[in-house]
Design a protein around this ligand. Structure first.
Ligand SMILES: O=C1C[C@@](O)(C(=O)O)C[C@@H](O)[C@@H]1O
Length: 228
């Protein structure tokens, strides 16, 4: 997990093996398994998909995104069961700061298995003010997150500037800062200069506004000296 910056491909269960084969060709580092976007929430089915990711030798982030932050309406206790089932195949478990009933439990599941926890926060409407962003970082840090991720919709260049500057002020932590939307596209590369440790991309289907297609992203990272 020390080979920063990392390029992460979110994937659901739709034609997963085809996606994984394409990801190999595109020099993807990690797969984010967006379990919340699966067609089937049967634990055995989910574990089979996690095992497939490991068969292709990718690092894996396991995400069961809450409905409130752009995911699916899965009961908290069922989300915990999913994390418990896939943690052995994952490198990182992603849980929302706002999932207050279970985030401490998911962090514990990760730690007990020697895996990393990523506490995330999404705002699909705006980029908060600096003090609000700092509080998100501080609250996630206080929870014991190994990695802290915040993804905000940016609506102005000032939003981009604020997002990057707050990130640079928190270099003592492992952060993922993402500006969603067209204006935020630049943060998916420039963020690495301000302290981000990974970025998300897409092949074919994008999972969020402003993502840069994998082939283009890798070329841009190479151009800026961020990738060999
Ligand atoms: O939190 C994030 C970031 C993301 O929303 C993006 O903007 O690329 C994509 C999601 O799959 C991931 O869980």
């Amino acid at each position: 997990m020390e080979k920063y910056p990392l390029v992460v491909l979110p994937a659901d269960d739709n034609e997963l093996e085809k996606t994984l084969a394409m990801a190999v060709d595109k020099s993807i580092d990690m797969i984010e398994l967006r379990i919340d976007q699966f067609s089937n929430f049967d634990i055995k089915y989910i574990v089979e998909k996690a095992q497939l990711v490991k068969k292709y030798d990718f690092g894996m982030i396991a995400t069961v995104r809450s409905k409130e932050e752009g995911g699916t309406d899965i009961q908290d206790e069922d989300r915990v069961k999913i994390f418990e089932a896939v943690v052995e195949y994952a490198d990182i478990l992603d849980i929302e700061l706002t999932s207050k009933r279970i985030n401490h439990k998911v962090i514990e599941i990760a730690k007990d298995e020697g895996k990393l926890s990523l506490v995330s926060y999404h705002d699909f409407e705006k980029t908060p003010e600096e003090d609000e962003i700092q509080k998100i970082i501080d609250d996630a840090s206080a929870l014991g997150a190994d990695i802290i991720k915040y993804a905000f919709t940016v609506n102005s260049v000032e939003d981009v500037s604020r997002l990057m500057c707050v990130t640079a002020k928190n270099r003592d932590k492992k952060l993922v800062a993402i500006g969603m939307g067209e204006l935020g596209r630049i943060t998916r590369v420039a963020g690495f200069f301000f302290g981000s440790v990974l970025t998300y991309t897409y092949i074919g289907k994008s999972f969020a506004p402003g993502q840069i297609e994998a082939g283009r992203l890798i070329e841009e990272l190479k151009f800026y000296g961020l990738r060999g």
